[in-house]
Design a protein around this ligand. Structure first.
Ligand code: MN
Length: 217
């Protein structure tokens, strides 16, 4: 019995030791910390959705990427470089990390709910009004068949565009600067809105922090 306990302890110790060593050598990208509590965006995004979306989906992309880049040309590259230059599984995981980092960090329970200044002027010049921009942004997200993201981006001259990107794609691969994004993968809204993607997208406006979006412009 004592021998069994000792060998079990040894086994646990060894496993732990291996795990720590592996983490130290592998860990490169880290899961972002959210600047709000898991329940702070309710009822638009529920606590359980945040916990699963951030704590499980995004964490899995981070762990996958850290494992996949070992021994490749991307081992010491930054995230944007990997997204621009990779393909296959490395691209999918890196793209999803970049997309989710931009997504989660643009929300706030108490933020500025309308664009101001230079960005507001550019939105009005492009779409006529903030309301028209919102309508087109929502319609683009609703019209995306399958999984993906709807984006507001700017080009090198500050011109604004709405685009939809499938799966893990990000506008930076087209030379654009991503400003705002809504995740239309079902995992982003199914617990809170089930099949009602349009209602979910409409409700997201009430938690977007436009000061964050302006700082990206
Ligand atoms: Mn997602």
């Amino acid at each position: 019995m004592i021998a069994a306990i000792m060998s079990l302890s040894l086994l646990l110790f060894c496993n732990n030791d291996i795990k720590l060593t592996k983490n130290e050598s592998v860990m490169k990208f880290e899961l972002i910390e959210l600047p709000y509590a898991a329940d702070a965006l309710e009822p638009v995004i529920g606590k359980q959705t945040i916990e699963i979306h951030h704590g499980k989906h995004l964490l899995a992309y981070v762990n996958n990427l850290n494992n996949l880049i070992q021994g490749t040309q991307f081992e010491n590259a930054d995230l944007e470089t990997i997204v621009k230059k990779s393909d296959g599984a490395i691209f999918n995981n890196a793209g999803q990390i970049l997309n989710h980092n931009l997504y989660f960090l643009q929300f706030s329970p108490t933020g500025s709910r309308k664009p101001t200044g230079r960005l507001a002027e550019a939105i009005n010049a492009t779409w006529g009004s903030f309301e028209n921009f919102q309508k087109e942004f929502e319609a683009t997200g609703v019209g995306l068949f399958g999984s993906g993201w709807v984006w507001l981006s700017s080009n090198g001259q500050g011109k604004l565009l709405i685009t939809k990107e499938f799966n893990a794609e990000n506008p930076i691969t087209k030379g654009l600067k991503p400003l705002l994004t809504f995740d239309v993968w079902e995992h982003a809204y199914y617990l809170d809105f089930q099949n009602r993607r349009a209602d979910h997208l409409k409700s997201l406006w009430t938690i977007v922090d436009w000061e964050v979006i302006e700082s990206r412009y």
